[in-house]
Design a binder for this molecule. Structure first.
Ligand SMILES: [Zn+2]
Length: 327
């Protein structure tokens, strides 16, 4: 449910938001950051969206925000990011960013709950059977567990992408053929979990906010098969091989680190190559000039900063559920 007109505001105590028709709602998270911006005049609310997900109510605000221009803490830094399966990401700096452990654990719980649902008596339209209370309870638990996995994943991605965009001026990622990789059943789960597409999307707008840039290597760029030492391209490299060994110069290093270093090198090539030849051997550069001065960014829904989204607890006298259904 989306409101674009009427009185949408945050109460001065930052614990309540006021929406048209729904009135004053208590939020679980503080709306402090948004309220500060509103008071300082650097944000204007354009719309508010109320939704229910995993047993919780959410309100998110679409805002027009005036952002101060930022520069990355390391203005000359180039980092290659290899998005992986064994690790969430491997950076050309040598850092390995692990997949969040609690996410893997939550996935096990998800499977258990799904099994529980399937063993209970669900609705059957053919014989007009209503679902049992036990089935309904298990279904609610499953929905909550799904929401938790989604939240954990989102949180991990935001932490990584914010850190990268604040620190480095140029970030290079691979434009992976995710659809093609999903056909591999064993890989599919991990890839879906790691949320590659989401990560790239985050990097795209966060580099822009921080005055950096994102370069996407073409999906045919042989980042894994090229030797980062001498540039020799290997024709075959099995996915199971975790270590890269160059047959020409004898260089041996972690497969993903090798790829990350190649990506970083690609960026230097693109930066040096300012003579207009932006496309090089089918490589694509996605360049954005750093914004000058103050920039107004209209945030698309769903990308609201933490603090702009309040959670309305499902119970309590002001539960908007009845009100939402009434309209
Ligand atoms: Zn080599």
């Amino acid at each position: 449910m989306r409101f674009t007109t009427g009185s949408i505001r945050v109460e001065p105590d930052r614990k309540y938001v006021v929406l048209p028709r729904l009135g004053r709602l208590k939020v679980h998270e503080s709306a402090r950051k948004l309220a500060r911006r509103l008071e300082a005049g650097t944000a204007r609310i354009l719309a508010a969206t109320v939704r229910r997900e995993g047993g919780r109510w959410y309100v998110s605000f679409t805002c027009e925000v005036v952002r101060a221009a930022r520069t990355p803490t390391r203005p000359d830094s180039v980092v290659g990011v290899d998005l992986g399966v064994t690790h969430l990401a491997v950076l050309s700096t040598g850092e390995q960013v692990p997949n969040p452990r609690h996410l893997v654990e939550a996935t096990g719980r998800l499977r258990r709950l799904a099994r529980r649902v399937s063993r209970r008596v669900g609705p059957d339209r053919r014989v007009r059977r209503d679902p049992s209370n036990r089935w309904q309870r298990a279904t609610r638990q499953l929905a909550r567990a799904h929401a938790r996995v989604a939240n954990l994943r989102r949180d991990g991605l935001h932490h990584l992408t914010t850190r990268l965009a604040r620190e480095h001026a140029t970030i290079v990622v691979e434009d992976l053929n995710v659809a093609g990789m999903l056909r591999n059943r064993r890989l599919a789960r991990h890839i879906a979990d790691a949320g590659f597409a989401e990560l790239r999307r985050h990097l795209h707008y966060k580099t822009e906010w921080n005055g950096g840039r994102l370069i996407m290597a073409d999906r045919w760029f042989p980042s894994s098969k090229t030797c980062s030492g001498c540039g020799t391209v290997t024709t075959k490299l099995a996915l199971a091989e975790r270590t890269y060994t160059c047959t020409t110069c004898g260089l041996t290093l972690d497969r993903d680190l090798n790829a990350a270093i190649n990506l970083a090198a690609l960026a230097r090539e693109v930066i040096d190559d300012r003579s207009g030849r932006e496309s090089l051997n089918g490589r694509r550069a996605d360049r954005k000039p750093p914004p000058a001065g103050l920039v107004a960014v209209k945030r698309p829904p769903g990308t609201a900063m933490a603090g702009n989204t309040g959670t309305v607890p499902p119970q309590g006298g002001t539960t908007p559920r009845l009100l939402v259904k009434a309209h």
